[in-house]
Design a binder for this molecule. Sequence first.
Ligand SMILES: CC(C)(COP(=O)(O)OP(=O)(O)OC[C@H]1O[C@@H](n2cnc3c(N)ncnc32)[C@H](O)[C@@H]1OP(=O)(O)O)[C@@H](O)C(=O)NCCC(=O)NCCS
Length: 284
Amino acid sequence: MGAGVTAPSITAASDWPAEALLEAFDDAFSDYIAGAPDIALAAWPVFLRRQGIDLATSRVVAEAGRILAFSLVAPLADGRTRLATMGARREARGSGAARALLARSIADSRERGDRWIELEVFAQNPRALALYRSHGFVPVAELFGYERAPGATPADQDAAIETVDIEDAVRWLNDAAIDALPWQVSAQAIALAATPPSAWRRGRAQLLFHARGEQRVVVASLVDLGATQQDARVLLRALANAHPNATLAMPQLQRADLGGDAMQAEGWQRLALHQQLMRCRFDN
Ligand SMILES: CC(C)(COP(=O)(O)OP(=O)(O)OC[C@H]1O[C@@H](n2cnc3c(N)ncnc32)[C@H](O)[C@@H]1OP(=O)(O)O)[C@@H](O)C(=O)NCCC(=O)NCCS
């Protein structure tokens, strides 16, 4: 830092009222590549809980009683931290506030003894990507979103599909021990979901989904451990036939090699935006 330039002062996000943090969040994300999330005050605690964000560990940079930038983190139980979201108000971009916060959250994670800190970022967000790369984050998986228009598909003759309960589904996902899964589709996150998804299994594949009325079905997790993804394809055909009037959707959290290829083979379109799962590893 040059002479006369002072480092931004960083404080815990828990020292601030929800309104102040949400207002900075809405400003930072108002021009977001994936659309402005526009979270209402009443929905803010729900968002924080769903993301597993711990405000005492999360950090902000403020000036004159106003938050300029924030880094919201979720320390996970298993020796890693997820940087759930970070942002800077438009007026604070390029000021060094985001850079200082990121460095601090990385240092906090290292001090907790984590193996790494991780995040997801849109591959089409060059500014955020540049920031993360310059702080030592490297991509460990590409994450795609898919959507399929309503419509049944030819039924399988012998579609042996097992319906499993959520505890069993979470155990299966845990036992699969997949190294690079984004937190939102991991066993940990599924176990915490307020409304448990429906769970189907066939062979080496498991599909978890939420049916939101007749119109939309959202996949919570698809994992096929087989090389050909044939089991995932059978599960996806059964899903299309069980909900022929619904759009089927997978947010940008799906690895192609664990089921995304099956989605494409079954007529799901890849969304234009996709994410990278990135990690900054420590040699603690
Ligand atoms: C992402 C964000 C937090 C970065 O903060 P910032 O203050 O804008 O970051 P900086 O100005 O320090 O720029 C970060 C890097 O991007 C580079 N950069 C700036 N503008 C760029 C652009 N248009 N394209 C590519 N790189 C760009 C900078 O040179 C810098 O690179 P360096 O670290 O190698 O020097 C901020 O832009 C933001 O809030 N964006 C909207 C919300 C968002 O996308 N959050 C991240 C979600 S994962």
